[in-house]
Every structure is written in structure tokens, then in C-alpha cells.
Design a protein around this ligand. Structure first.
Ligand SMILES: [Zn+2]
Ligand SMILES: [Zn+2]
Length: 206
């Protein structure tokens, strides 16, 4: 259990964000393939109003202009029909990429919590950059006050302090125009992710 999260420990930043990024792009790659091959998938996409802003642009980048034209043409055709029928614009978008990411996020959060019971997992987690604040907060909110939440907070503080050392090393090297960057080279990027989660992560209350 937890193979994927443990694998993600080999990379910098939040392990859950890392897995979500991977699952999100895998899902989009498969989806763009299905849109071309499967008429039903395209119809389903049109009835759910395609994607949210950021996923529409991402999907457009993965897809060919002709597929983008066919999809937007279908969306607009549907919109014309709806306005003629109901005299209003229906703006609820049920983005299937967001839905998929949300499901995967719940899965990884549950898995992370289950694995935390293992001492060996805690040791592995200690030596990573830790979860981003968004995912850490979600885990803490669901654990309430317990030994595990104390452990997570204590570890979070260590992770933050280690990251500060890296940021300060980076800052002083750049100021002194030293070029021998080590792990601190990407410290600012790791720090941004620590703060807001991966690019495009939706903040959820639950
Ligand atoms: Zn995260
Ligand atoms: Zn979306």
C-alpha cells in the first residue's frame, strides 16, 4: 500500500500534489484521445459544458485545432438551442478533469492518513519536503487533535525551517553572484508550492 505516494517522496515538494499533477495530465491525455475516437464522450462533454477555464486551455494545448473547433462548435450549437428555449445562459460547468482530480485527491489524502500509522512511513516522510499547506491542513482537520496531528505539526515546522535555510542560501548566493547552486536552486519553487499547492490546485473546504 502507498506505493505511489512513497514513489512521490523521491521528488521535491508535496507528494500529494506531485501525484495529482501526474494523474491530471494522464487523465487529460486519455480524454483528448477519447474525444477524437468516441462520439459519446464528446456529447457528454458538451452536456457538462466542457471544462473550467484552466483545464480548457490545457486540453486545447493537448488537442489539435480541428478537435478544438469541433468541440467548441458543438458547445456553441447547444448554447444557441438553450438560449432559444429558455432565454437564459446556463453557466454551471461540470469540469470532468476537476472531478477526476478531486476524486484522486480524496484517495491520496485517505491513503496518507492510513500510512501515517506506520513508523516506517513517518521516517520516510520526515526526509521529504512535507505536504503543502493546503493538503497538510486537510489532513490535520480530519485528524482533529491527536498524537498524529502533533507529529505532523512538529514535522511541518522542521520542514519549514529546512526550507528557510535553503531559501537563505539561495538568496545569499545570488547576491554574492556565486554560481555553485545545489539543492537550493529550486527552493523558491518548492516554497511557492508549499504555500499554495501545485499549479491550478483548487482549494476545497471539505
Ligand atoms: Zn499538496
Ligand atoms: Zn477543471
Amino acid at each position: 500500500m502507498g506505493r505511489l505516494l512513497r514513489e512521490a517522496f523521491n521528488y521535491r515538494g508535496c507528494a500529494i500534489c506531485h501525484m495529482l499533477d501526474r494523474d491530471e495530465s494522464d487523465f487529460m491525455t486519455q480524454l483528448q484521445y477519447k474525444i477524437v475516437k468516441d462520439e459519446k464522450v464528446r456529447q457528454q462533454l458538451v452536456s457538462s459544458k466542457a471544462y473550467c477555464n484552466s483545464h480548457f486551455y490545457e486540453m486545447a494545448r493537448l488537442t489539435s485545432p480541428i478537435v478544438n473547433a469541433v468541440l467548441t462548435n458543438d458547445l456553441i450549437k447547444e448554447e444557441i438551442c438553450e438560449i432559444e428555449k429558455t432565454s437564459r445562459i446556463i453557466d454551471e460547468v461540470d469540469c470532468s478533469v476537476c472531478n477526476h482530480v478531486r476524486e484522486r485527491e480524496d484517495f491520496y489524502l485517505e491513503e496518507f492518513k492510513a500510512l501515517l500509522q506506520e513508523g516506517s512511513f513517518q521516517k520516510e516522510y520526515d526526509s521529504t519536503d512535507g505536504l503543502c499547506r493546503i493538503h497538510l491542513k486537510r489532513v490535520l482537520d480530519s485528524l482533529k487533535k491527536s498524537e498524529l496531528s502533533q507529529y505532523l505539526l512538529k514535522t511541518h515546522l522542521i520542514h519549514l525551517k529546512v526550507l528557510r535555510v535553503e531559501l537563505e542560501t539561495f538568496i545569499s548566493k545570488v547576491r554574492s553572484t556565486k554560481r555553485d547552486m545545489g539543492a537550493e536552486k529550486n527552493a523558491w519553487l518548492v516554497a511557492i508550492e508549499k504555500w499554495v499547492g501545485k499549479r491550478g490546485l483548487r482549494i476545497r473546504s471539505q
